[in-house]
Structure formats: structure tokens, C-alpha cells
Design a protein around this ligand. Structure first.
Ligand SMILES: C[S@@+](CC[C@H](N)C(=O)[O-])C[C@H]1O[C@@H](n2cnc3c(N)ncnc32)[C@H](O)[C@@H]1O
Length: 257
């Protein structure tokens, strides 16, 4: 059954990050969110009065879990119901919502983060620059003065690297076949994912196709500055470098508290 947002209600049948892929992402990729948490924690240290952090594309809530002892309130938003189900287990005290970040009404807050190329995914949006600009300006307006936006995004620079490749990832519990293609004219990267997840003495197969819009680094920077942010670029979170084509932005809203 499909909901009004285009979402499949059955967790196993979600079109994006269904139950099995959400599980594998949670088990295999939580390191990225954990490293990003170090950046967020240092921003919170700068502003001990920070009350609310909004995590757009929170996935399985590993960042929230890392910050469980901190005094800041967090709202995590993700399009995948299966991810949010895991997030509620990983961080039971946090408020999590199943919603598109492009529809979510961002409340007044002190830090917004979006970790793991969430702005690129074409799950519930067209992926044009105006849409991204609208989201970034809504984030700017929601942030209190001295607030921060932290995110990473996949740029067209990946087209100049050899990182666009198909591969097989084998672990004890799962095997993933990744087939990656790029429509260069449209700057759209397509990742076809076939997953075999061990379930007892057999493997369950699932398939997902994720499309990501690649943005030009210069366009993103221009939008951030036009909207009013002071912008620094990052090449990784903590000691974990980004992959080629991925860029991080640390953006500050100036003004008196
Ligand atoms: C690579 S995962 C990263 C998850 C998490 N931030 C982390 O670092 O572990 C990308 C996440 O973005 C979410 N996502 C992508 N597009 C979205 C959208 N339009 N609205 C909400 N969530 C979205 C996906 O469901 C997925 O959980």
C-alpha cells in the first residue's frame, strides 16, 4: 500500500532504504555519522546555549545515539520508515519523523546537519537548483543567529575521477552488488543495488535503485553565500576524509544572539 508521500507502508517494500538495506547501512556505514558527530559536538561546545539540533536525513539515528548524553534536543527526519524504525531503537529519547526533508517545516533551531549526501538523493524531489536553494534558505531562516548548518554533498567533481565504478561488497551477513551509472548531461548518478542478506540458512534478495543529482560545487557555494551564510569547506569529518567528489560545508549564520 502506498501513502500520499509515495511511500510504501510495508517496511520490507519501501522503495528507498527498505528494511534490509536500512539494516545493512546501519551496520556497515555508521562510522560516517559517528565521525560527523565530532564536528557537531565541537559546534555545541562553542555555543553551550544551543537548544535544538535538526538532523535532515538522519538515517538510523547513529548521530543521535552518539549525542545521547548531551543536553541538546534533537529532531531527526528521514524519508525511509525502516531507517526511522532503527533510529528509534538506536536513540529512544530522540524525536524522529518519517518525512521528506524538502517538505519538513524546520522549527527554530541552533544547528542543522545533513550527513551522507542526503541533499543529492532524488527520492521525493526533482533535484533542481531552485529546490536546493529553497531548502537552504528555509534552513537559514530557521536557524537562530550564531547557528550552524553542516552538510556534505556529492558534486560534479566525481565525474573527473575513477570513483564511478560497479563493485561487489561481501560481508559475513550480506553481499551487495552495486552497479553505478552516470548520465553526464543530466548530472545524475544512478546506483542499482542488489542485496543478499542472510536470513537463517538462506539469503533474502532485495533490489533498490537510487538516483542522485550531482551539483556543481560553485553553485552550492553561491547559494549558501547568497542566502546569507558564512561558508567554510571541509574535506572530511574528523579524521575520516570524504570520497572524491564529495564536499562538506560548515556554514554559520551571523548576527546577535
Ligand atoms: C547515506 S544515508 C545517511 C544516513 C545518516 N545521515 C547517516 O549518516 O548515517 C542517506 C539518508 O538520506 C535519506 N534521504 C534521502 N533523501 C531524503 C529526503 N528527500 N528526505 C528525507 N530523507 C532523505 C535516506 O533515506 C537515507 O536515510
Amino acid at each position: 500500500m502506498e501513502s500520499s508521500s509515495g511511500h510504501m507502508d510495508n517496511l520490507n517494500n519501501t522503495a528507498y532504504y527498505g528494511k534490509d538495506l536500512a539494516f545493512v547501512h546501519d551496520q556497515g556505514h555508521s562510522q560516517f555519522a559517528k565521525k560527523a558527530t565530532k564536528v557537531i559536538a565541537s559546534l555545541m561546545g562553542e555555543n553551550p546555549r544551543a537548544e535544538l539540533l535538526v538532523d535532515l536525513g538522519c538515517g538510523s539515528g547513529r548521530l543521535e545515539q552518539e549525542l545521547a548524553e548531551s543536553p541538546i534536543n534533537i529532531i531527526g527526519v528521514d524519508y525511509s520508515a525502516a531507517m526511522i524504525e532503527l533510529a528509534k531503537q538506536n536513540s529512544p529519547e530522540t524525536k524522529f519523523l518519517v518525512e521528506s526533508i524538502y517538505d519538513f517545516q524546520i522549527p527554530q533551531c541552533d544547528i542543522v546537519c545533513s550527513i551522507g549526501e542526503c541533499f543529492n538523493y532524488l527520492f521525493a524531489n526533482k533535484g533542481d537548483l531552485n529546490e536546493l536553494k529553497d531548502l537552504i534558505s528555509r534552513i537559514y531562516n530557521a536557524l537562530r543567529p550564531q547557528g550552524y548548518l553542516v552538510f556534505d554533498i556529492l558534486t560534479t567533481e566525481i565525474l573527473q575521477t575513477s570513483q564511478i565504478n560497479s563493485k561487489v561488497i561481501e560481508q559475513d551477513l550480506w553481499t551487495i552488488f552495486l552497479s553505478v551509472n552516470v548520465e553526464k548531461n543530466e548530472s545524475i548518478l544512478t546506483r542499482a543495488i542488489t542485496l543478499f542478506l542472510k536470513d537463517g540458512d538462506h539469503y533474502r534478495k532485495s533490489k533498490e535503485v537510487h538516483k542522485q543529482k550531482l551539483f556543481k560545487k560553485k553553485d552550492i557555494e553561491e547559494i549558501l553565500i547568497e542566502v546569507g551564510f558564512r561558508v567554510d569547506k571541509m574535506d572530511g569529518y574528523d579524521d575520516l576524509p570524504f570520497r572524491s567528489g564529495q564536499v562538506g560545508f560548515l556554514c554559520k549564520k551571523d548576527g546577535e544572539c
